[in-house]
Design a protein around this ligand. Sequence first.
Ligand code: NAP
Length: 276
Amino acid sequence: MAGPGITVVTGASGGLGKAVSIELAKRGAPVLMVFRDLARAEVVTREVTDQSGNTSVKLAVADFASLDDVRRLAHDISFEQGAVSTLIHTAGIYAAKRRLTMDGLESMFAINHLAPYVLTRLLLPTLERSAPAKVVLVTAPSSTRPDLADLQGVKRFRPLSAFGASKMGNLLFAFALARRVDPAKVNVHAFHPGLMKSDLTREMPGLLRGFLRLVSRSPEKAGAWLADLVTGKIATPHGSFVAMTKVAKPPAVSQDRDLQEEMWRASASLAGLPLD
Ligand SMILES: NC(=O)c1ccc[n+]([C@@H]2O[C@H](COP(=O)([O-])OP(=O)(O)OC[C@H]3O[C@@H](n4cnc5c(N)ncnc54)[C@H](OP(=O)(O)O)[C@@H]3O)[C@@H](O)[C@H]2O)c1
């Protein structure tokens, strides 16, 4: 069970982020929803407040395609929010083409992996002060081994592999982080929501998109599972991989400790953070 501080949810404009924000707000949690743009933020925050009846829903804006924006967000949260007991990373994209962020990084690597890595590391002192706290990386049971020599896909870019590598980045980070924090203060989990109908598939090939729509459920169900995880309604040990409602065996590649550490250092180096 996390403490009484605020719950930060990234990627709150739709899909899982919005669903879990509504669910947590209905359960009475103070929620800070993080959006990419202000116009959307205002509309969705009003919707979440109306649907939940919770008047302590707040918003923040940051574009994860900019590391400076991620740093500013971390700074603002640390100085404006007091206690932060839960940090839920749902922001993510699938990009069919190799696009670069403002920092010159491949977009899925930057938005899906590096932004949550940086935000979490910068918020760690606040989370520790707000103990007991929780960090949840929303990911998938990826089996893709990232190519550490070509993290930006310069030599070779295949969109599905790059997406899988970014989701593996979340898993590797979750397990490396779990090893570094004091579990009495901060618990870390990787969470797989199952297949959900959402905007994530927007750039996927038509056939795959159609198939995914057929086999996916609405994000509300996963939002309730994720709310159960962060409120301690389902028992999840520190450092676990939770697939929907159950603790599951993490994908084998994600358990490679050397890879976890190499990915940690590569990410730290790109973000200008201490390497340890
Ligand atoms: N859908 C699935 O079947 C599935 C399965 C396993 C795991 N997941 C994971 O679940 C998470 C949520 O996915 P979803 O299905 O809910 O997708 P979604 O509906 O597309 O939501 C993604 C969220 O990320 C935000 N985002 C995208 N680019 C951003 C940026 N540059 N800066 C800040 N925020 C940005 C989006 O904001 P905008 O609205 O402004 O774009 C949106 O709020 C992702 O991590 C995904 O990998 C999804």
